[in-house]
Design a protein around this ligand. Structure first.
Ligand SMILES: [Zn+2]
Length: 325
């Protein structure tokens, strides 16, 4: 489906086997061929979705000239290796920080499973739930292979998608190295998961060291920085294109301020991240969603800790957060 005529941008909606049931990838038509933004999970339903789009638009494999990824998550990176070999070697681009995360998280299964187990255990998650949560990560890893050979992008770099230029904008928070692509001429932002119309982007603390120690601070700074772009239209990875960018940024800032207050109050005189998470999020979450909820709770707790509003103590191998007296 065409979403921006002058820029030649088409939306390719691909299915996801989660409650969030789709990811929007984009395909951009130029005089010499096609460029893709984000890839979907590596699974049959994704490959069928791409093949259907390629047939509709009469795109031959070698018409695909480049694949640009906003971030390392499996629903964005996953199918890029397949697209690379299908296109007979189109370069796959991603920000340099997220390229590092792919090597660490998706190519070294033992590291991420062990590190997540430690992070959630020392933050109070009970063992029976922890086993299921770690399994849910293990289940995601196959969605990332075959791996693509990556070319890295720098913040501020100018790239060409179709017949137009875009700037690479580093927007950390949802992932440490998330990038958006901005066409200044038409004020169009390919916003990935950084700015979404209906849901707030997940902002997660990942195992330390080796990941951003205060991702929420960087997220808030990065959504604020979008204001100065004078963006007219955002093309998000989930949900519909939207133009109320200012209003959406304010909504998200308010959401996180309210969430920070709630989480501080839940910590009160002492609670683990898991106990806070249980109070803040609804109880019918899938294991996959619980993992996001727990890591998001941690991102808010450490934000308040760095701000000096919460303190943390370690007892019996478990961290407890409480209001600073
Ligand atoms: Zn994501």
């Amino acid at each position: 489906m065409m979403v921006h005529e002058q820029l030649g941008i088409y939306k390719v909606r691909l299915p996801l086997p989660f409650r969030l049931n789709h990811v929007n990838c984009y395909a951009i038509k130029g005089k010499s061929g096609w460029w893709l933004v984000d890839a979907g999970l590596s699974r049959e339903a994704t490959r069928e979705g791409w093949m259907q789009f390629f047939e509709e638009q009469a795109i031959a494999p070698t018409d695909i000239l480049g694949i640009y990824l906003t971030h390392f998550h499996p629903d964005h990176y996953g199918c890029s290796g397949w697209l690379q070999s299908y296109s007979e070697g189109a370069p796959v681009y991603i920000g340099e920080i997220d390229a590092d995360r792919i090597n660490r998280y998706w190519k070294d299964e033992n590291y991420i499973l062990k590190a997540m187990r430690v992070l959630f255990k020392e933050n109070g998650m009970p063992d029976d739930i922890l086993v299921k949560v770690v399994d849910s990560i293990d289940n995601l890893i196959p969605y990332t292979s075959p791996h693509a050979e990556l070319t890295t992008l720098q913040s501020g770099q100018i790239i060409e998608l179709g017949d137009h230029v875009y700037q690479v904008i580093l927007t950390p928070g949802h992932t440490d190295g998330h990038i958006c692509f901005f066409n200044k001429e038409h004020g169009v932002l390919l916003s990935g998961d950084h700015l979404l119309p209906d849901i707030s982007s997940n902002v997660s603390l990942w195992p330390q060291p080796g990941a951003d120690s205060n991702p929420l601070e960087n997220f808030l700074r990065a959504i604020h920085s979008i204001r100065s772009l004078n963006c007219q239209c955002a093309l998000p990875a989930h949900g519909k294109p939207f133009s109320n960018i200012e209003e959406r940024i304010s909504q998200l800032e308010n959401h996180h301020q309210e969430r920070l207050e709630l989480i501080k109050n839940c910590a009160g005189s002492g609670a683990t991240a898991y106990q806070v998470c249980q109070q803040v999020f609804r109880q019918d979450l899938s294991v996959h969603e619980l993992r996001f909820a727990m890591a998001e709770t941690l991102a808010h707790l450490v934000y308040s800790m760095y701000k000096g509003e919460l303190e943390v103590s370690l007892m019996g191998g478990v961290y407890t957060y409480s209001l600073k007296r």
